[in-house]
Design a protein around this ligand. Structure first.
Ligand code: NAP
Length: 293
């Protein structure tokens, strides 16, 4: 039995689709089952509740061979609450039910100079430590920034022909599409043969600056879009104004600075850890229809 947490999220939903198509037995832990399609509800066992709660993971992990673990993105809590306190009950249940394999979603940064000062990345690596202490075989799918992050600004691209961020426009960075992350997760979850505890980076096929992204978006969508760098103070204020906690906002500032200084670029790209989706492919498939609507 493979247990999927966050099955309605952008990675989890694609993991579910792939594993259902492959005929794997699935159990989904979901806060609101009505957010899943009838086809998925018919083909998977459903446990309703949050995977941050003891009673839910105690039921959810019983008899599990493998677990896909994703801590929901933080907002109003502290970073510690969002990653470590949230994952504590799961770590205890993994031990109690002697789950054999765990695959988690985390950030690139382990073993780098930025490991202890990269906000959500730092805490998600500590979350992985908690999961590894259970003794289960473990793969941390270590991600750079998601291609989807820029697409989250589709509305402002449409309205103003711009998107914004604090990182300088010409800094080349790593990006991965969530579809490639989900493919890597599904492969590991369906494979009962691996052992040990390792990081498994998932990198996109090319390094791009935000100026490069803007040029690709403009070319693919036929709508001129440019990137505008804002100060870290403006970046911070935007999130505080939207109700994000000081802990999370400061964490994002620290993480973006670490990325700008080169944290994600330390990972070495290999054929095995490189996804096939380019930013151009991503835009054709996902951003173009949104901007055309
Ligand atoms: N964005 C990046 O660049 C990046 C890079 C590296 C790592 N990450 C990591 O990726 C993860 C986020 O992945 P994502 O963007 O794919 O997530 P997402 O699409 O926003 O999905 C979040 C999922 O969490 C569920 N959820 C939200 N709050 C919950 C709660 N309190 N209890 C239980 N479930 C809850 C949501 O379910 P509902 O349907 O119930 O709302 C949804 O399934 C984070 O751990 C982040 O640190 C992100």
């Amino acid at each position: 039995m493979i247990v999927i947490t966050a099955p309605t999220g952008q990675i989890g939903s694609k993991v579910v689709e792939t594993l259902i198509e492959a005929g794997e037995p699935l159990r989904l832990i979901v806060r609101d089952a009505s957010r899943l399609s009838d086809a998925i509800r018919d083909r998977a066992e459903i446990i309703e509740g949050s995977h941050g709660e003891t009673s839910v993971v105690e039921r959810g992990f019983e008899g599990a061979d493998a677990i896909f673990w994703l801590a929901p993105p933080p907002w109003k809590q502290t970073l510690k609450e969002a990653y470590l306190d949230f994952t504590g009950p799961a770590a205890a249940a993994i031990r109690r039910h002697d789950v054999k394999r765990v695959v988690s979603v985390t950030g690139l940064g382990r073993g780098t100079a930025w490991q202890d000062r990269a906000g959500p990345v730092t805490v998600s690596l500590e979350m992985d430590d908690l999961l590894m202490e259970t003794g289960a075989a473990f793969r941390a799918l270590a991600m750079p920034s998601f291609m989807e992050n820029s697409a989250r600004q589709a509305a402002v691209m449409k309205e103003k022909g711009m998107f914004f961020g604090p990182i300088r426009a010409d800094k080349k960075l790593r990006f991965t599409a969530t579809s490639d992350m989900a493919a890597a997760a599904a492969r590991l979850l369906a494979d009962g043969s691996w052992t040990g505890q390792e990081e498994a980076p998932v990198l996109g096929p090319e390094d791009l600056s935000f100026d490069d992204q803007a040029a690709i978006i403009s070319d693919v969508t036929g709508r001129p879009v440019r990137y505008h760098q804002i100060s870290y103070e403006q970046f911070k204020q935007q999130f505080l104004d939207r109700g994000m906690s000081e802990s999370v906002v400061q964490g994002y500032v620290d993480m973006y600075r670490a990325k700008e200084e080169g944290m994600d670029n330390v990972a070495v790209r290999t054929p095995e850890n490189t996804g096939s989706t380019s930013f151009r492919d991503y835009c054709e498939l996902n951003l173009k229809p949104i901007l055309a609507a």
